[in-house]
Ligand binder design. Structure first.
Ligand code: 2KA
Ligand code: SF4
Ligand code: MG
Length: 237
């Protein structure tokens, strides 16, 4: 990402981003699970995880529409939730444009929490140093072996994450579990570690048993509430 370009609000609000959907539901994951939340899902991803549940958010699917930052902010203001989740795809794929969207959303003063679901394959340093808002939090994935994308992880992000951030391991097998444990041991971070079962291949009961067997009392189990409440294949929930 380049230095933040000098631009006025009108110019910033005119910046366009490829979009999949904007909707309101309850947050299904992480420390804010259960809170009514507005979701902004950007199009495009730099990874192709084997177990991805949002394949409609990158090619060969096509962006549903392109939206200017000002319009995204106006659209999200139609909902009453004060929590907002910026997701994808990979919402930080667009560098300065992604950062400008986060700044615009944070500046509305309407939100109490703005969390960004990022895939671990984007350097967070430029975002952390540019965006200075107490409501902005990163929920960073670490892609384990079963995802097929582990070699893309940006390990320098771990020490940068703060106490309000979260680091999420999506665990598909016992091999993934052991890898997650080793990554956490080797990469100290202030972020809260979350272990989430791959819906199709890791029964939650087995993941809990492994967590207890290995004494991971600093790790939080992360169930995807939206897959329990609605059909696991449903979109926009
Ligand atoms: N309810 C609900 N919670 C979510 N948390 C993260 C989501 C995502 O797709 O990134 C998501 C989602 O798609 N729905
Ligand atoms: S990073 Fe997320 S959106 Fe991209 S392929 Fe992996 S699971 Fe899917
Ligand atoms: Mg989802």
């Amino acid at each position: 990402m380049n230095e933040a370009p000098i631009m006025n609000k009108a110019e910033r609000d005119g910046i366009k981003l490829p979009m999949v959907e904007i909707f309101e539901t309850v947050e299904g994951e992480g420390t804010r699970a259960g809170f009514p939340t507005v979701f902004v899902r950007l199009f495009g991803c730099n990874l192709r995880c084997t177990w991805c549940d949002t394949k409609y958010s990158y090619p060969p699917a096509e962006a549903e529409f392109v939206m200017a930052i000002g319009d995204i902010v106006r659209e999200t203001a139609k909902f009453r939730s004060t929590h907002l989740c910026l997701t994808g795809g990979e919402p930080l794929l667009y560098g300065d444009r992604s950062a400008a969207l986060i700044e615009a959303l944070a500046e509305t003063g309407r939100l109490t929490d703005l969390h960004i679901e990022t895939n671990g394959a984007i350097d967070l340093e430029p975002f952390l140093s540019r965006i200075d808002s107490p409501i902005v939090r990163y929920v960073m994935d670490y892609k384990l072996p079963d995802s097929g994308e582990e070699d893309k992880m940006v390990m320098s992000n771990f020490p940068l994450l703060r106490g309000q951030d979260e680091v999420k391991f999506v665990i598909g097998s016992e091999r993934d579990f052991m890898a997650a444990k080793e990554v956490l041991e080797a990469n100290p971070t202030k972020a809260l570690p979350l272990f989430s079962p791959v819906w199709e291949t890791m029964p939650p009961e087995k993941l809990v048993r492994l967590m207890l067997e290995h004494g991971l009392s600093h790790v939080k189990l992360n169930m995807q509430l939206h897959k329990i409440i609605w059909d696991p294949a449903a979109r926009g929930v």
